[in-house]
Write a protein that binds this ligand. Structure first.
Ligand SMILES: O=C(O)CCc1cccc(O)c1O
Ligand SMILES: [Fe+2]
Length: 314
C-alpha cells in the first residue's frame, strides 16, 4: 500500500506575467522533476486536495470540504478544461469512510474544479486524465472556514481509507503559501459582487475575461509595490513548510485569524497541504523534502514545493 506526496503552490498567472527567466527556469525545473517522480511512480490513484476560487463552489451552498465522485475542470486562465477520470464508487466509499470517522464531508456527483486542482494535475502528470483521480475540495477563500486542524483530520481519515484500498496512491496538495490575490469577500460586497459569490456559476466569457484581467492588473501593481494586497511572507512560509516536514500536529495551534493576519486571505490554501500531509501521516512516519521556495510577486504567490514518502519507503 505505497503512498507518495507532492505539494505545490499554484498560480494562474504563470504564462501571463512571469518572473525573471532564471526564476521561471528554476520553477519549471522543479515542476519537471516533480512530474518525473510522479510518472516513475505511476500511481493507480491520485487524490488532489485543492481550493476553489468561486468557480465551482459558491455561497448558495458552501461546504467546508467536498469529495468529488464525478468532476469537470472548467479551464479558467490557461488551465486545462475537461472531465476528470474519477472512480465514482471509490470516491463515494471514501466519503462514507470519512463520515464514519466523525469528519463531516460533502459529496458531489457533479463537481466543477478550477485551476486550483487542474494546474497541479497538469504540472504533476502532464494532463487531467493520465491517472484515476479523486478531487477533494477544501474551502480556502470563503469564510467561515473550518479549522486547520480539521483539514489535518480530514486528510488523516482519507489516508486511513486509502491505506485500506491497497492501491499505489499519490496525494497532492495544491495552493498557498502566503498570498492575497484580489478574490472578493462577501462581507461588504456590492450587490453585483455578492451575486457573483453566491450564484456565479458558469459566467459569461466576458465576465470571466474581466476577472482574469483584474488579476493580471493586480499582479502588475503588486510587483511594482503599488498595491494594498497583503505582502508575501517568506518567513512564515518557510516556517509552515518546516511544520509540514517535522511537526504536522503544530498546525492545530494555528488559528484562522492568524493565518489571514500573517499570510493573507488566500494563505488559507495551506489547508490543501495540511490535508495531504495528514493523509500521508496515516501511513506512519514520513520524510519530506523542501524542493523549492521563493516569494514570487509576479504570481502573487509565496511559491513552494515539497515532496514526501513514508520513511520505510525512502
Ligand atoms: O482569480 C482568482 O481566482 C485568483 C487566482 C490566483 C492568483 C494568485 C495565486 C493563486 O493561488 C490564485 O488562485
Ligand atoms: Fe489559489
Amino acid at each position: 500500500m505505497p503512498i507518495r506526496l507532492e505539494c505545490l503552490s499554484h498560480t494562474p498567472l504563470q504564462g501571463y506575467f512571469d518572473p525573471a527567466p532564471d526564476v521561471l527556469n528554476e520553477v519549471e525545473r522543479v515542476q519537471a522533476a516533480a512530474r518525473a517522480r510522479v510518472l516513475a511512480y505511476d500511481p493507480e490513484l491520485v487524490v488532489v486536495f485543492a481550493p476553489d476560487h468561486y468557480n465551482g463552489f459558491f455561497y448558495d451552498l458552501m461546504p467546508p470540504f467536498c469529495i468529488g465522485a464525478a468532476a469537470d475542470s472548467i479551464g479558467d486562465y490557461k488551465s486545462l478544461a475537461g472531465p476528470l477520470p474519477v472512480p465514482g464508487a471509490l470516491a463515494r466509499d471514501m466519503a462514507q469512510s470519512v463520515l464514519a470517522a466523525d469528519i463531516d464531508v460533502a459529496l458531489s456527483w457533479r463537481m466543477q474544479v478550477d485551476h486550483g486542482a487542474a494546474q497541479a494535475l497538469e504540472v504533476l502528470t502532464g494532463g487531467l486524465d493520465r491517472f484515476p483521480v479523486i478531487p477533494v475540495f477544501i474551502n480556502s477563500v470563503a469564510p467561515p472556514m473550518a479549522t486547520l486542524r480539521r483539514a489535518r483530520l480530514l486528510g488523516e481519515a482519507i489516508g486511513r481509507f486509502l491505506a485500506r484500498t491497497g492501491k499505489r496512491v499519490l496525494v497532492v496538495g495544491s495552493g498557498g503559501i502566503s498570498h492575497e490575490p484580489p478574490v472578493p469577500l462577501l462581507a461588504g460586497a456590492s450587490d453585483e459582487v455578492a451575486e457573483r459569490l453566491i450564484a456565479g456559476r458558469n459566467p459569461t466569457p466576458e465576465g470571466r475575461a474581466a476577472r482574469q484581467a483584474r488579476t493580471l492588473a493586480a499582479a502588475k501593481a503588486f510587483t511594482a509595490g503599488d498595491s494594498g494586497l497583503h505582502p508575501l511572507n517568506p518567513e512564515w512560509d518557510l516556517a509552515f513548510m518546516e511544520k509540514m516536514a517535522s511537526e504536522l500536529l503544530a498546525v492545530d495551534g494555528m488559528t484562522n485569524d492568524a493565518i489571514t493576519r500573517d499570510g493573507g486571505r488566500s494563505a488559507h490554501e495551506i489547508r490543501a497541504w495540511v490535508a495531504a500531509f495528514g493523509a500521508l501521516s496515516a501511513y506512519g512516519p514520513y520524510r519530506a523534502t523542501n524542493d523549492f521556495y521563493r516569494p514570487i510577486p509576479e504570481w502573487i504567490a509565496g511559491f513552494g514545493a515539497m515532496h514526501a514518502a513514508p520513511v520505510a519507503a525512502a
